[in-house]
Write a protein that binds this ligand. Structure first.
Ligand SMILES: NC(=O)c1ccc[n+]([C@@H]2O[C@H](COP(=O)([O-])OP(=O)(O)OC[C@H]3O[C@@H](n4cnc5c(N)ncnc54)[C@H](OP(=O)(O)O)[C@@H]3O)[C@@H](O)[C@H]2O)c1
Length: 260
């Protein structure tokens, strides 16, 4: 599928993977609608895209707020036209501590990672259904495939995204709407730059974006990458708990505590 003159809305476009995906789609002739909370960063990206001859518009929103998502997407549709491709990418990663519970952080993460996807889908799907065409994509994570210690909230939020997108994919099968779930391994972005531990097969964000856009063009149902981390996560599913517990012993001590 060619992206020329298509219209894509990308959440979490102010940084990291979303920023690079927006640039890559624009490079391929797609008009891009940029959403995140930091308006200045979105405007910077829109200017950069325009400098290279592309078309971009931005509308700030907190994706965990349904009304903000609806009004930002309405503004983008008014400026660019109806959305052909949604890339619901906005997400956060905070550890889930249990002594004590950092429940407010975990609740907020699940609202952003899961409801951020659902609200974005809700905002674009009615028009796609009316036209009988469109493409919905969510950036999930390979962390969706295995519950890991101290990452319970993050893993649960991404597993929920995978299941949500899978359900939609089957439900929309005969409605002309494609659904793609994207599960990256480690990518170098502001989200991962705080990590103190070794991140195997760490990929640059522009390379990740090129692969994601290629998978979108091919309308893949699920895109897990890179294959090495995918294999590792799939093997991890079959390992006894004690192996993972020992391998990740001390992991929580390496993480910054809220308020620390
Ligand atoms: N980096 C990795 O290794 C990796 C691996 C697997 C999956 N992922 C997933 O990839 C996606 C992008 O992550 P990244 O690594 O590119 O992280 P990032 O550089 O920190 O970017 C996160 C993006 O999400 C936006 N965002 C966060 N909270 C938001 C909110 N409440 N409302 C609107 N936008 C919000 C941020 O924009 P504002 O702060 O301006 O709102 C930013 O644009 C996430 O879903 C993440 O879980 C990342």
């Amino acid at each position: 599928m060619s992206f020329a003159d298509r219209i894509a809305f990308i959440t979490g476009a102010s940084s990291g993977i979303g920023w690079e995906v927006a640039k890559e789609l624009a490079r391929q002739g797609c008009k891009v609608g940029l959403v995140a909370r930091r308006q200045e960063a979105l405007e910077k990206l829109a200017d950069e895209i325009a400098t290279h001859g592309g078309v971009a518009a931005s509308a700030p929103a907190d994706v965990s707020d349904r009304k903000q998502v609806q009004s930002a997407f309405r503004e983008l549709a008014d400026r660019l036209g109806p959305c052909d491709l949604l890339v619901a990418n906005a997400g956060v990663g905070v550890p889930s501590f249990i002594e004590p519970f950092n429940i407010a952080d975990v609740e907020r993460m699940i609202r952003v990672n899961l409801f951020g996807v659902i609200y974005a889908v809700e905002a674009v799907l009615p028009a796609m259904l009316r036209r009988g065409s469109g493409h919905l994509a969510a950036v999930s994570s390979l962390a969706a495939y295995k519950g890991l210690p101290v990452e319970s909230g993050y893993c649960a939020s991404k597993a929920a995204v995978n299941t949500y997108m899978e359900s939609l994919r089957i439900q929309l099968r005969y409605r002309g709407i494609h659904v793609t779930t994207i599960c990256p391994g480690f990518v170098r972005t502001p989200m991962t730059e705080v990590n103190q531990f070794h991140m195997p097969w760490l990929m640059e964000a522009d390379e990740a974006a090129r692969r994601i856009v290629r998978a979108l063009a091919r309308r893949k149902k699920v895109y897990n990458f890179p294959w090495q981390t995918t294999l590792l996560m799939k093997v991890t599913r079959w390992l006894p708990d004690w192996v993972i517990a020992q391998a990740m012993a001390g992991y929580d001590k390496s993480l910054p505590r809220p308020g620390a």
